[in-house]
Design a protein around this ligand. Structure first.
Ligand SMILES: [Zn+2]
Length: 217
């Protein structure tokens, strides 16, 4: 869009063509390159940008705009096997209304990360009460325990009022999923809250949940 016609079209809509925006910028900013400058600094700025984009894409963390149809197809397939939108919203942290817009086709484009999250929702979630081998779940739980988390802490984070009551051999798909999600979440924070905070001065805790303050005489 560098021709005279498109420039005046943009101008008539109150939009500034790139060349105008670029004119006020220093050389070495990518917008200046987009505005047409091919000096060394501007070319380098553009190359750096392209390189970073390719790198991010290769690392799978690219978050540009993609058409929504793949996510839409996946959402429709999931709904056919009775994976509800709420379960998907829980699993992906994507808002219900956005999921709805994608599924109905009202939203045509989405972020690449949103797409990846939706495509990652698996058929397993179709039957949350189905039982599955618990050994993978226990591997994760044991790792959390080794990091210093207490069983009651983990239970709390999973939303259970009591302590962990998982069996060793079998676990529901839903609980296995919840544990994995919690594990990933804690891992992302570097297991920062694994060690319980130190007790206040002059305080002992003879029993979990009980604090005894020693009086000074
Ligand atoms: Zn330049």
């Amino acid at each position: 869009m560098t021709g005279h016609q498109s420039t005046s079209k943009l101008a008539s809509r109150g939009l500034k063509p790139t060349a105008v925006l670029a004119a006020n910028r220093a050389h070495g900013e990518r917008i200046r390159y987009l505005g047409g400058c091919r000096c060394d600094a501007c070319r380098r700025a553009n190359t750096d940008y392209e390189r970073a984009r390719v790198k991010a894409r290769n690392e799978g963390d690219w978050n540009g705009i993609v058409p929504a149809f793949r996510a839409r197809t996946h959402l429709i397939a999931l709904s056919k096997i009775n994976v509800g939108r709420r379960a998907i919203a829980d699993a992906t942290d994507i808002g219900n209304s956005i999921l709805h817009e994608i599924k109905t086709g009202r939203r045509k484009n989405i972020r690449a990360r949103t797409e990846r999250k939706i495509l990652a929702v698996t058929v397993e979630m179709a039957a949350p009460r189905a039982m599955t081998d618990a050994s993978d779940t226990w591997k994760l739980l044991n790792e959390l325990l080794e990091k210093g988390y207490k069983k009651y802490q983990i239970a709390q984070k999973l939303g259970y009022s009591k302590s962990l009551q998982f069996k060793r051999d079998l676990i529901t798909v839903h609980n296995a999923f919840k544990v994995r999600r919690l594990f990933e979440k804690l891992k992302a924070t570097g297991f920062a809250d694994a060690k319980p905070a130190a007790l206040p001065k002059n305080t002992t805790s003879p029993k979990r949940g009980m604090l005894v303050h020693r009086m000074e005489d």
